[in-house]
Design a protein around this ligand. Sequence first.
Ligand code: HEC
Ligand code: HEC
Ligand code: HEC
Ligand code: HEC
Ligand code: HEC
Length: 178
Amino acid sequence: MGHAPARQLARHSGDLYWKEDEEAVRRHRRRRRKQIRHQLGCLGFLVAALTAWAAGPTAPFSHKIHAPLKLNCAFCHSGAAKAERAGFPKATTCRTCHTSFPDDAKFPAQRVYRLADYVFFSHASHVNAKVDCARCHGPVNERPVLTKEVDHTMKACVDCHKEHKATVVCTACHELGQ
Ligand code: HEC
Ligand code: HEC
Ligand code: HEC
Ligand code: HEC
Ligand code: HEC
């Protein structure tokens, strides 16, 4: 026992309170570690937020955050009611409210719904038939991030067409010969 560690020496000294002291030190360390973790967490969040902002083009857009403003979908997806494609907003649309929004920002960061090229689809004909956006895209305004939560398979299209007595002839959705 020539090189007994300090702990053992302390125990040998017969200090009855040593165990309690050690427990107190442990408690303090645990608290401190928790504090540090918390501070690092906050810092991490701040760094992530600043990076997202500085990156501009990839700045995340949340439909949920904007939902209380009750904007019309067409304010940002201007083709939704009258064209084949609903389309995406430009940075200038965002700048109506976020005056310092970067000019070079581009949307979308990534596409969610995309049909194969051999399928015809038009937003206008569905909006004219009073099919709700939510029927094909889910509760968009409740989502901070959109994911593909509604199936756009041929079966899904055809089932609804039957339900609405809309056309199911192949050439309505596909070019003849393809
Ligand atoms: C009948 C189903 C249906 C309805 C209703 C519908 N969409 Fe879509 N939406 C689609 C499909 C399918 C695509 C993918 C189109 C493609 O890839 O050609 C799409 C794509 C989009 C896109 C991506 C950009 C684009 O134009 O391709 C946006 C934005 C969009 N829809 C918004 C809306 C909004 C806003 C409404 C309501 C006004 C709406 N959609 C109603 C089926 C629908
Ligand atoms: C009609 C006004 C308006 C338009 C247009 C608008 N926003 Fe916003 N945006 C707001 C408001 C209000 C908030 C919420 C601010 C808050 O609560 O701190 C917000 C919040 C945000 C946030 C979150 C900031 C944060 O504090 O986390 C981002 C990112 C954002 N908007 C991006 C965009 C983008 C991208 C566009 C364009 C596609 C856009 N906004 C268009 C009003 C608008
Ligand atoms: C203030 C602008 C704004 C409004 C209002 C808005 N959107 Fe969007 N929307 C966006 C932006 C920006 C994106 C692209 C997000 C990204 O970069 O990934 C988007 C993406 C989408 C997409 C994903 C399209 C795809 O295939 O990639 C759908 C679907 C959509 N929006 C539907 C709606 C519907 C439905 C409404 C109305 C309830 C609506 N949006 C209102 C700005 C808006
Ligand atoms: C929620 C129901 C619904 C879904 C889902 C749906 N449609 Fe439709 N579709 C309709 C209705 C209703 C009409 C309008 C019929 C009319 O005006 O006579 C229509 C019209 C069309 C038309 C125009 C047909 C014509 O001759 O004018 C095409 C093309 C079409 N849909 C393709 C699609 C495709 C592709 C999908 C799947 C990605 C799809 N639809 C999903 C309900 C739906
Ligand atoms: C209402 C629209 C609609 C009608 C009507 C329709 N299709 Fe489709 N079809 C689609 C869509 C949407 C897809 C793409 C599905 C996907 O990407 O998963 C598709 C895909 C296909 C494919 C590729 C299948 C695969 O598994 O890759 C073939 C082949 C096809 N359709 C043939 C037909 C034939 C034949 C008819 C007539 C009997 C028909 N379609 C009618 C919408 C339609």
